[in-house]
Design a binder for this molecule. Structure first.
Ligand SMILES: CC(C)(Nc1nc(-c2c[nH]c3ncc(Cl)cc23)ncc1F)C(=O)NCC(F)(F)F
Length: 295
């Protein structure tokens, strides 16, 4: 249909710059300028690196996933752009000018209040609650995959690893170890490749740690875990060492000056038994209460 606003014509998509490399693709900043007078809107265009057919299928799933999500706390799908005669397809999303959360937190570390961090945390919880109503498991919740729309609004993005739970099971088992970064993964993901809403809750706890560490790269989850594992990692893989430490109740230390009740919330998310971890609806209530009481 000519008035289908989800169809973007490649000839009107003007490349501006590369935003970054995500899961099996890169994302570019473009201006969709059909009038040719630079008044068009800025969009983020995710292109697939057409190397593996499996990536093509995964990409189609990512597009399908994002196109059905309508939530204030999830990056908006704009549409698709076919090129090379419908051979290759790009995903067109809204462009969020403040960039990813990890860059934003570090840049603004001297003037972000606890209240602001808790506001971001509650928005991420609400976005995850919404995903859960559709039985989607994100599997890659991390500060690098959260976007900042403005100084008081963040959105969940990068649905490249998202899976839908089967109708009859509350977890998704990957056939082989996935490509999610280890240090954000719950024990059952490391040990059994089992992903669920509860493993997303574990990752949310890691995002809380990143937030209250101002996404300082010198004390991010990877650095802290590798330091705890110790340099002389021989034989057993990093994943095994991490899994053993978590089983022995090691957890990331509290970030400096982090309020004890916030660290308590992280520890709740890092409960070993996924059945005993809080749900996102519980977490958003607790975070909202902290915002109210943090006057
Ligand atoms: C791979 C890519 C491009 N990386 C980056 N995006 C943006 C960035 C900045 N503004 C954006 N608006 C929309 C989108 Cl999809 C990305 C950006 N800024 C910096 C990035 F490294 C990305 O997609 N990251 C996942 C995300 F942050 F989006 F969750």
């Amino acid at each position: 249909a000519t008035h289908d606003h989800t169809q973007f014509e490649e000839r009107h998509l003007c490349y501006i710059s590369q935003l970054g490399k995500g899961n099996f693709g890169c994302v570019e900043l473009c201006r969709y300028d059909p009038l040719g007078d630079n008044t068009g809107e800025l969009v983020a265009v995710k292109k697939l690196q057409p190397n593996k057919i499996s990536n093509q299928e995964d990409f189609q799933k990512e597009v399908k996933t994002l196109s059905v999500l309508h939530c204030d706390y999830i990056v908006k799908y704009r549409g698709v752009c076919y090129s090379m005669g419908r051979l290759s397809m790009s995903l067109v999303m809204e462009y969020l000018p403040y960039g990813s959360l990890n860059g934003y937190m570090w840049t603004n570390r001297y003037n972000i209040t606890t209240r602001r961090m808790l506001l971001f945390a509650s928005q991420i919880c609400k976005g995850m609650e919404y995903l859960q109503t559709l039985r989607y498991v994100h599997r890659d919740l991390a500060a690098r995959n959260i976007l900042v729309a403005n100084d008081s609004l963040v959105k969940i993005a990068d649905f490249g690893l998202t899976k839908v739970l089967p109708f009859d099971k509350e977890y998704y088992r990957l056939s082989q170890p996935g490509q999610s970064p280890l240090f954000w993964l719950a024990p059952e993901c490391l040990n059994e490749n089992k992903f669920s809403h509860k493993s997303d809750v574990w990752s949310f706890g890691i995002v809380l740690h990143e937030l209250f560490s101002y996404c300082d790269n010198n004390s991010n989850p990877k650095v802290l875990c590798l330091r705890a594992i110790g340099q002389n990692v021989q034989g057993t893989s990093i994943s095994m060492h991490l899994s053993n430490m978590l089983a022995n109740n090691w957890r990331l230390p509290s970030p400096p000056n982090c309020p004890s009740e916030v660290y308590g919330l992280m520890k709740d998310c890092w409960t070993y038994d996924f059945d005993k971890r809080p749900m996102f609806c519980d977490l958003s209530k607790k975070v909202e209460n902290m915002i109210q009481s943090d006057r």
